[in-house]
Design a protein around this ligand. Structure first.
Ligand code: FES
Ligand code: FES
Length: 149
């Protein structure tokens, strides 16, 4: 299959990658742009590990072709901590032991950070609902939810 130049705006930085149009955004972010903080689990929209902000909204990067994302700002987990300093949410997750293997963590952070920006004082049920699209096989969610409270 022929390749094409795909121009992406990720974390405020411009990337031009020459890749096949069939390539998923998740794979381009990781393999072409070197931003491996975005994880790939199920590759069909179920687990939420690949969640990024697309045009300011959480989206599964395994469900969209990179070429479809030209002109849309993309934010990955790498944009969250600044100069090595964790955000309040990252710090809380760390302190409450809200991660074990960490595979789901980037997607959970992207999802929750966006949710909390709009709903800064959610109930436990609301947090569980907000996280319902992010699967974690390690923690049982108890500590993740405690970190948000
Ligand atoms: S890898 Fe995208 S939802 Fe699982
Ligand atoms: S911490 Fe391991 S999958 Fe969530």
């Amino acid at each position: 299959m022929s390749s094409a130049d795909v121009k992406l705006q990720i974390n405020g930085q411009a990337y031009t990658v020459n890749t096949e149009p069939r390539k998923l955004l998740s794979d381009v972010i990781r393999e072409e742009c070197g931003l491996t903080g975005t994880h790939v689990g199920c590759e069909h929209g179920v687990c939420g590990a690949c969640t990024v902000l697309l045009d300011g909204r959480p989206a599964r990067s395994c469900l969209v072709f990179a070429i479809q994302c030209e002109g849309m700002p993309i934010t990955t987990i790498e944009a969250m901590a600044q100069d090595g300093k964790l955000t309040t949410l990252q710090q809380a997750l760390h302190e409450e032991h809200g991660l074990q293997c960490g595979f789901c963590t980037p997607g959970i952070l992207i999802t929750l950070d966006s949710y909390l920006a709009e709903n800064p004082h959610p109930s436990e049920d609301e947090i569980r609902e907000a996280l319902s699209g992010n699967l974690c096989r390690c923690t049982g969610y108890r500590n993740i939810i405690r970190a948000e409270r």
